[in-house]
Design a binder for this molecule. Structure first.
Ligand code: HEC
Length: 86
């Protein structure tokens, strides 16, 4: 009986969590403006990286990109960096 009550409580909590998580957030115009001001594309361009001599070498970027998306480097050939980092 006690177990049934626990399961029922969990089911109720799960339903509430689902319903609560589905509503669209409502932001005021001022809040939307603040959120928009935090966008990364509002930042100035990055300064050149003086600590990485390969930072602006296209071939280095191409190699990094290839490795980043290469699932063949993982133990079972199914996981790459991009699996988690989109
Ligand atoms: C299985 C998922 C997964 C894979 C695969 C993965 N990462 Fe991550 N990575 C994470 C998670 C989760 C974090 C955040 C860890 C934390 O903040 O404690 C993270 C953090 C990082 C960070 C630090 C980011 C920061 O803001 O400091 C870097 C850099 C990074 N990963 C690069 C890589 C690279 C390069 C690869 C491939 C060689 C890779 N990751 C593969 C899940 C993964």
């Amino acid at each position: 009986m006690r177990r049934l009550a626990s399961v029922a409580s969990l089911a109720v909590l799960a339903v509430l969590a689902l319903l609560g998580g589905c509503s669209e957030p409502e932001f005021s115009d001022a809040e939307k403006k603040t959120i928009a001001s935090l966008a990364l594309n509002t930042l100035p361009a990055l300064k050149a990286d003086t600590t990485n001599q390969y930072a602006d070498v296209p071939a280095a970027a191409a190699l990094g990109s290839t490795l980043f998306f290469d699932a063949g480097m993982s133990r079972d050939g199914t996981v790459s960096c991009s699996t988690c980092h989109k």
